[in-house]
Design a protein around this ligand. Structure first.
Ligand code: SF4
Ligand code: SF4
Length: 334
């Protein structure tokens, strides 16, 4: 992949409405983002429904897992009941536990070696929540995160958005807590007892604690978790970093002067690629500083809102060596 078409593009007149509105409205219309939203929604539904359809869950009461509709026994109970030998149970554990875990890890590392944290940006249910809440928090606080000191250009906090923000965070956290419980307790039991308000004390405690922790994390530390707290993300980033030819956001350095559009009077007042990034990265910096890029492509589409041909684009292989963004621009020193 390369981005030769980025050279010499015309520049749009700067828009005058707030940057978050410009990007969120335009990005929703992007075909790539619609596709990503669809994939994200599919994986989110899978995360919630996998235990319901026995696609993946462990039944604590029965002492075995379900995978793709089949019962998945390691034979540990049979071993203790002296129905199978130590050799047989060891072989079962290797074949039915270590091998699938190892194969899944290899698959994940291979995909991220080539395409980076594409799983995070396109499939991870946590990242989907991060993006949903980003929009609401922006409206409520006028900032990309609660911890930011400065408001976004032309943006002021709108307090009435706090209620939907908190409701969304608590609602999704509750949904997650119930879903996580169904990975260990039979879904029919959990949902049945939830409807009849007859959950056991431990089940209720689990749901309350997990809902509280997740809601706080969603509101206060969602970016922090994606960047530093998620081991799945960390391993993907490490694999990606080891491959210089991997897919990466490239920057048309020869047209860097066109970035003045983003800072021009009457324009967005800030780099829209940066304000659009759900991971709060600066897409024009070198790859090593984009360690947690999720390949969502939002920065590319955001750039398209101010440039007829975006200065940012995915590059790979040889182009990744030469087009990887590395430049100091405008007010930022990279
Ligand atoms: S740098 Fe671009 S592709 Fe990477 S996470 Fe940010 S917006 Fe998405
Ligand atoms: S690369 Fe970023 S700063 Fe430059 S024009 Fe595109 S959106 Fe604006």
């Amino acid at each position: 992949m390369s981005i030769p078409s980025l050279a010499g593009a015309a520049i749009n007149a700067p828009a005058t409405y707030p940057v978050w509105l410009r990007t969120s409205v335009t990005l929703r219309a992007s075909r790539l983002q619609r596709l990503r939203l669809l994939v994200q929604a599919g994986f989110f539904a899978l995360f919630i429904l996998a235990p319901v359809f026995d696609i993946l869950r462990y039944d604590l009461a029965r002492g075995h897992a379900y995978i793709l509709g089949f019962e998945w026994h390691l034979g540990i109970d049979d071993y203790f009941a002296k129905r199978i030998s130590a050799r047989e149970v060891g072989w079962n554990i290797f074949l039915r536990l270590f091998l699938p875990v190892f194969a899944s890890s290899i698959l994940l590392v291979t995909v991220s070696w080539r395409w980076g944290r594409i799983f995070c940006g396109w499939a991870c249910p946590h990242f989907a929540v991060v993006e949903m809440l980003n929009t609401l928090v922006r409206r409520a606080t006028g900032k990309l995160s609660l911890w930011d000191k400065r408001l976004l250009p032309g943006q002021s906090p709108t307090r009435r958005y706090w209620l939907p923000t908190v409701l969304m965070a608590v609602g999704v956290a509750f949904l997650w807590a119930v879903a996580i419980l169904t990975y260990a307790v039979a879904p029919a039991e959990v949902y049945g007892k939830l409807v009849s308000l007859s959950l056991t004390r431990n089940q209720s405690l689990f749901i309350v604690i997990v809902t509280t922790v997740l809601a706080l994390e969603f509101i206060f530390a969602r970016h922090l978790f994606c960047r530093y707290g998620c081991s799945v993300g960390l391993f993907q980033s490490l694999a990606w970093m080891m491959n210089r030819s991997a897919l990466v956001i490239g920057f048309a350095r020869e047209r860097a002067a066109a970035c003045t559009t983003c800072y021009a009077p009457g324009g967005p007042g800030d780099a829209v690629c940066e304000t659009a990034c759900p991971m709060r990265l600066r897409p024009r910096v070198p790859k090593r500083q984009m360690f947690s890029c999720t390949q969502c492509g939002l920065c590319i589409d955001a750039c398209r809102t101010v440039q007829n041909q975006p200065l940012l684009g995915w590059v790979a292989d040889e182009a990744a060596h030469t087009n990887e963004a590395r430049i100091a621009l405008m007010e930022r020193v990279f």
